[in-house]
Write a new protein. Structure first.
Length: 87
């Protein structure tokens, strides 16, 4: 139950559905879904859900956003970002 509360808190604060235009999960998903069309996330909702879960597990989402932006949609570089900034 505690994990569900943490995930819900992340969704409500930084990892929203994208309608408020902000937060690190929104920034990350905007790059992965809208710019790169990364197939692991077929839509913003699936990306935001995954990001919220990873953030609740200790992932450095802010660091990952910067890394992914620098990766230029290179799948291998994006995977390296996950390895570097994941928990």
């Amino acid at each position: 139950m505690k994990i569900a509360a943490i995930v819900l808190g992340l969704v409500l604060t930084g990892c929203s559905d994208g309608t408020d235009g902000g937060g690190p999960c929104v920034d990350l998903c905007r790059v992965l879904v809208a710019e790169c069309g990364y197939s692991a996330f077929p839509d913003m909702t699936s990306c935001l859900d995954g990001c919220a879960f990873e953030a609740s597990e200790g992932q450095d989402v802010v660091g990952q956003v910067a890394c992914v932006e620098d990766a230029g949609c290179d799948t291998f570089a994006i995977l390296e970002c996950e390895n570097e900034f994941g928990d």
